[in-house]
Design a protein around this ligand. Structure first.
Ligand code: VAH
Length: 314
């Protein structure tokens, strides 16, 4: 059985659905700090700071694999660094400790947020300067090293991806710096003007949700002997700026308007990479993205139009 921690989140909710489609509803247990709006399979309340509750769920459902997707993201973390550190680190420690005791396979999401202003911004290498400048990035860099430590010292099979900004229509993101790239599609489909919190030429690595989910499942299914990275794999798909995604959307909505009002998130974005070198992922487990800005935009607008017609986002 698979346990998803943070199953209500932007990634967790889509990953739970994808794993249930693959393994069957009752083989995937969702968990989060509160119950979901709509239950589509077994779901349990779990505060990831509560190690005993985590242990009870692992025993109750004979869990063999845990996806630890509960965290405070970059922008939100800057509002309360201590809380972000506590949740992001103790959440991971609880999962790694239970994984060691119960021999579980673990997925840990890292991020391009581990990179900082001294990291080469073009084609950022797998092994490079890691001096994150947000508490979220610091917690992810520390998390990567704890994952490698538990693998080397205790043999825990923990695997990780440095996600770019993830874009999807199924869920609203919470507190990220790349989230403008989700919100802009909603504004376009609602035929409202969009105010962008980044400058027009701020290029960032991004990935469309279906590619992010497929990369995660392909990494978790790869034979252990193929893996050469136990901190976290660089993962790349596309990079674009607000003005580039705006132009892609305008092909569907010619009257769509944007204005730029950069805020504190501009500085966070400028400390991250513009493009990523994911040679190790391509070589070790055959990673290959399928979506680009144009095909993502077509798909996002298609699905959001349907959802707004059904009034899902009221
Ligand atoms: C954030 N979406 O913006 C997350 C992610 C690389 C971005 O870490 O914080």
């Amino acid at each position: 059985t698979v346990l998803i921690v943070g199953a209500n989140g932007q990634l967790g909710s889509v990953l739970t659905d994808a794993l249930r489609a693959e393994l069957g509803e009752n083989r995937v247990i969702g968990s989060d700090i509160k119950m979901p709006k709509e239950e589509k399979g077994p779901f349990e309340l779990l505060d990831i700071m509560d190690k005993e509750q985590l242990h009870r769920l692992v025993r109750k459902y004979q869990v063999t694999e845990v996806y630890q997707l509960a965290a405070i993201l970059s922008a939100k973390g800057e509002e309360n660094p201590k809380l972000a550190w506590d949740i992001n680190m103790n959440g991971l420690f609880n999962v790694l400790e239970i994984a060691r005791e119960c021999n579980l396979k673990v997925f840990f999401p890292s991020s391009i947020a581990v990179f900082g202003s001294h990291t080469p911004r073009q084609q950022t290498p797998q092994e490079t300067i890691i001096h994150p400048e947000t508490i979220y990035g610091i917690s992810k860099a520390a998390g990567e090293n704890w994952c490698q430590y538990y693998h080397l010292k205790y043999g825990v099979d923990v695997r990780s991806l440095r996600y770019p900004g993830v874009i999807g229509y199924q869920s609203m993101p919470g507190g990220g710096t790349t989230d403008y790239a989700v919100e802009i599609y909603h504004s376009a489909v609602r035929e409202e003007p969009f105010t962008c919190f980044l400058k027009p030429d701020t290029r960032l690595p991004m990935i469309y949700m279906p590619d992010a989910i497929r990369a995660t499942l392909e990494l978790m299914d790869a034979p252990e002997e193929q893996l050469s990275v136990r901190t976290s794999y660089n993962l790349a798909s596309m990079s674009f700026s607000p003005s580039e995604i705006y132009e892609a959307i305008r092909k569907h909505f010619p009257a769509f308007n944007i204005e730029y009002q950069p805020d504190f998130r501009q500085k966070i974005a400028e400390s991250w990479s513009e493009t990523i070198d994911d040679t190790n992922a391509r070589r070790d487990w055959g990673w290959q993205p399928e979506y680009d800005l144009e095909s993502m935009t077509d798909d996002m607008i298609f699905h959001l139009r349907k959802q707004y017609q059904k009034n899902i986002y009221v």
